[in-house]
Design a protein around this ligand. Structure first.
Ligand SMILES: Cc1cc2nc3c(=O)[nH]c(=O)nc-3n(C[C@H](O)[C@H](O)[C@H](O)COP(=O)(O)O)c2cc1C
Length: 258
């Protein structure tokens, strides 16, 4: 089949998932329509038709995809059209995120022809996989996209890809740590505007409502002063444990229906 348009969907607090989805979508060399469901969660269905391809990317949060991202992904309806799903993770593991994405898009009527798990800088622990996706990762994403394009152009019928993961999916759990503002905070309010769940009060951006916070890291990524981050002894212990266990660079993994 000939792809005429890519629907590029991403939930991306610190922009690595967006980078992966943009790169993968561009490999098809056709019109790309972007859906930034982090900033604009979908509230209505979007239905694809003949010649359309869904390319969806979600970050891995505690071995799953974030529920807010899943909610938007469920709004895409496939009508039998193909989908490629990409889980983007911080060098620990993707666990059940790839299979969860595949299940969601297939429940929406897509055929998942390919999937990937791509390594990116860890948004809670930026010393893990720092700088990824790097140039070599982006080359791999290009090559993967070209392979999927060739498959779609030559396959006589589409088949669903097998991906790793468990059902039922692993239980996710809340994270106690929460980003805080340091001395450098200029109270500019950029974090307030960018927080998707209004966890930072406009009248005092130094505070964070831990009961609302997603721990997504958007406030840290957009802070104009580099003032927001995770702090304290609990964070230092968490970081030390993860750096010791998960510093060995992991490869990107891809799966294509044969
Ligand atoms: C709350 C939270 C939980 C995370 N859990 C995992 C995980 O289970 N495994 C992993 O390898 N990375 C994990 N990460 C790292 C992210 O998956 C990774 O940094 C991803 O690139 C973030 O995507 P973004 O830049 O689009 O926000 C987690 C990050 C956050 C914020």
């Amino acid at each position: 089949m000939r792809i005429r348009k890519v629907y590029a969907v991403y939930f991306s607090a610190t922009f690595t998932t967006r980078a992966v989805v943009r790169r993968l979508s561009a490999a098809f060399g056709v019109e790309v329509e972007e859906y930034d469901v982090f900033s604009h969660p979908l509230t209505h269905d979007v239905t694809l038709s003949e010649g359309d391809l869904l390319v969806a990317g979600m970050p891995v949060y505690v071995g799953r995809i974030p529920e807010r991202g899943a909610e938007s992904l469920r709004h895409f309806k496939g009508n039998g059209q193909p989908a490629v799903v990409a889980a983007v993770y911080g060098n620990r593991h993707y666990d059940d995120a790839v299979i969860e994405m595949k299940d969601i898009v297939e429940a929406g009527g897509f055929m998942t022809v390919a999937a990937g798990a791509f390594v990116a800088q860890h948004s809670m622990l930026p010393r893990l996989a720092a700088g990824r996706p790097n140039a070599a990762d982006l080359d791999e994403i290009d090559a993967f996209g070209r392979k999927v394009k060739a498959l779609l152009e030559t396959a006589s019928e589409l088949k669903a890809v097998e991906v790793p993961g468990n059902r039922p999916y692993r239980e996710t759990h809340p994270i106690a740590l929460c980003p805080e503002a340091g001395e450098e905070c200029a109270e500019c309010g950029v974090c307030v505007e960018n927080c998707p769940v209004d966890a930072i009060p406009a009248d005092n951006p130094r505070l964070t409502d831990a009961s609302r916070c997603l721990r997504c890291g958007r406030c840290i990524a957009v802070c104009t002063q580099g003032a927001r981050g995770y702090r304290g002894e609990m964070y230092a212990a968490f970081e030390a444990k993860f750096l010791a266990a998960f510093s060995e660079p992991r490869p990107n993994e891809t799966w294509i229906a044969e």
